[in-house]
Structures are given as C-alpha cells and as structure tokens.
Design a protein. Sequence first.
Length: 446
Amino acid sequence: MATSTVALASLSADEQQRQLRRAVIASTVGTTIEWYDFFLYSTVTGLVFAKLYFPNSDPLVGTLQAFAIYAVGFLARPIGAAIFGHYGDRIGRKSTLIATLVVMGLATFAVAFVPTYATIGIWGAILLTLLRFIQGIGVGGEWGGSVLMSMEWTKTNAHRGFVASWPQFGVPAGLFLANLAVLAFSQMSGDQFLSWGWRIPFGLSIILVAIGLYIRLNILETPVFARLIEERRIERRPMLEVIKRQPKEILLSALLRMGEQAPFYIFTAFVFSYGTTALKAPQNFLLTAVLAASVLSFFTIPFCGHVSDRIGRKRMYLLGAATMGIFGFVYFGLLDAANPTWMFVLIVLSLVPHDMMYGPQAALIAESFTGRLRYSGASLGYQLASIIAGGPAPLIAAALFAHYHSGYAIAWYVLFCALVSLISTALLGDYTNKDISREHHLSHAT
C-alpha cells in the first residue's frame, strides 16, 4: 500500500488525467455489467418467471409471487453495502470492486441453469431466491465503489457532479443491454423463448464479467484513499463508525431516493406485467419502448450531473423530485387510454424525471460523507432505499392495481415517494464544488 501511495504522488498531471479516464471507464463498464445482470432478472421476472416457477397460481398471484423473489435482491443490497463498504474503506476501492463484480457475475450466470417447477417443484423458486439474494449482495457493494473510483480521481471540484454521474450511466446502459438481449432471443419461434431461450442472456453474462475484470485489474487506487493510508487514518470499523458519526446523512440518503428509485422500477419492471395484462400490449412493443427510454438516459443522466455542477446538487435534485410527482399522473392517465403511440412516448419519457435526480445523486450522497467513511456511508445510505423503495415498488404497484383497477392509484404512490424525496433533500447538506479531499468540511465527523 505504501508503494502505491508513492507511485500516486509521483504521477504527472497528464498521467493523473489518464488515470481519471481509466477510472471512469472502469467504473462505468463495471456498473453496466452489474446492472445488466440485475435488470435482466427484473425484465424476465415480469415475462417468464411467474409462468415457469408458479404455474399453478392465478396470473396476478403468480406475478406477485415472482416479484416477491425479485424483491429479495433489494433486501440483500444493504447487506452487500455493509460488507463491501467495510472492505472498501479498509483495503481500498479497487480490490473491493473486483470482488463485487465476481459475486454478481457468478450468481447471474447460475440463474441460467435453475430448473423450473415442472422439473424440481418449489425448489426452483427457492434456488432463484438464493441467487437473487447473492445478486443483491454484489450490487449492494458495487455502487459506492464505482462512484468513489471516479469521483476521488477528479482534480477539479467544479466537475465532480458530471464525473460522478458516469457510473450512474451504467444503469441505462445495463437496462439497454438487458432489454436488447431479451428482445433478441424472444424472436425465437414458438415457445422456445419461454422454455429455454430466456436462459441464454444469463449465460452470456459470464463473458461481460471477464471483460469487466480485465478493465478493473488495470486501474490504480484513488488518490483520496492513498492519502488516507499515508496519513494512517484508515478506520478499523468504518461501518460502525459512520453509523455512529453520521446517522442523519445515512437516513436522508435513503429517503431522498424514494422519489427516484420506486418509480424507476415501476416504469422499467412492473410495466411489463401491467402492459401485457392490463393494457394487452405486445411484449416486444414494451421491450422496445423501454429500450428507447434507456437510450435517452444515456444523455440525460450525464447532462443532469453536469447541470448540478452549475446550479447546485440540491437544486437539481429538488427539481427532479417535483417533476416526478407530477409526471406519475400524466404517465398513468395517458397510459390507461391504451393508445399505442402515447404508450410508447410515455414509456420513453418516463425515465427523464428519474434522470433529473439520478444524474446528480451520486455526488450529492457521496459528498455528504467524510473520506475515511465514505464507501461505507454512501453505500449504506444508497442501498437502504432498496428496502423501502425499489424492492417493494412493483409489489405495491401490483397490489394497488389489483385493488383499485386503475393506474391513478399507482400515480398517488409515486407522488408520495416524490414528496419524501423533496423533504429529505431539503434537509441534507450541499457540498457542490467544495473540497472533499480532506475531512474539514464535516467537522462533526472528524
């Protein structure tokens, strides 16, 4: 570790710039692969798993059962944040990120080989649940490390929001690849996709993992962590310390994600079961629309990260949360009209309010934690939202629709989530363009 610290100190400005580019690429490619794995599961859940693993249930009940397994991945994410956050603040960002990629990749690859109900009965669903839990562990540790790997190489405070938004870019990129893979293999004739074709995208994930590992093995540790080593300020128990010293930031980081994360999984996961059953829309039509939405996010996420550098992180986030609260009613009001053109346009635009928050979110959360506790604190705050927002969102949406038989009930849920985000964001500090390389900006955490 001391050697790497000396090596970092001797880097020229040009070499540091090259390392920044490598770190951003490594983080973005890695998160793309991890989110491909995670979203592949969510996409197939709405289209396949209810039929193959709960064939004796009513279609709506089967959907709820399949999304219950889906939610397990979100319950595991804070556990992954605690495990990998600890090691990310103890042994470094790079080593931890390599471990998260291996854990996630192997779990996703194994999904391709899980037998169905017809073969081993309920054990198929149990195996899916276990693998989904392991997926959640991997994703839980991935986000914090990827964001810090990019952000802590940034030399200019004025561009931190833009740089930190690139690992967020992995979300639409992973969503794009997952939907593209399902769309491609769903063209198989007859029932081939339902019987075995859906397994191929999961099997192919092992190739992506190999690519991601190669890239991550060729980057250096961040200057911020190297300085912590040099100054002997590595915490022995970073997760316990951040819970003790910065509980407010952890709680607010989780709550401010309500208006971003819950609607996202309604728009990208629940929409498949809602669209095919309630709106009678073709499966490939929905896949294509979500695919187009993810392409639009390629641009809106980094753009909103850039805007947050200009107008402030909190201001950008508050604007996005307010937009989301209104958009839910527009989305379901016009979607329920079942006009194919409007349906396609709304699905494509559904991620824009999300991106207005997700673009600046990485920097907003990570900047709130002191350097030696940043991986643990940012990861835990970010991933706790999975329990209260992302995980239950499709389940709540399905239950609301089953009871009220109207999308407007779901729109009220989206509004509630947006209001939670507005209040939480207003209570969080704003460190836009401030120096976070040292710890004086959080005197209560030193």
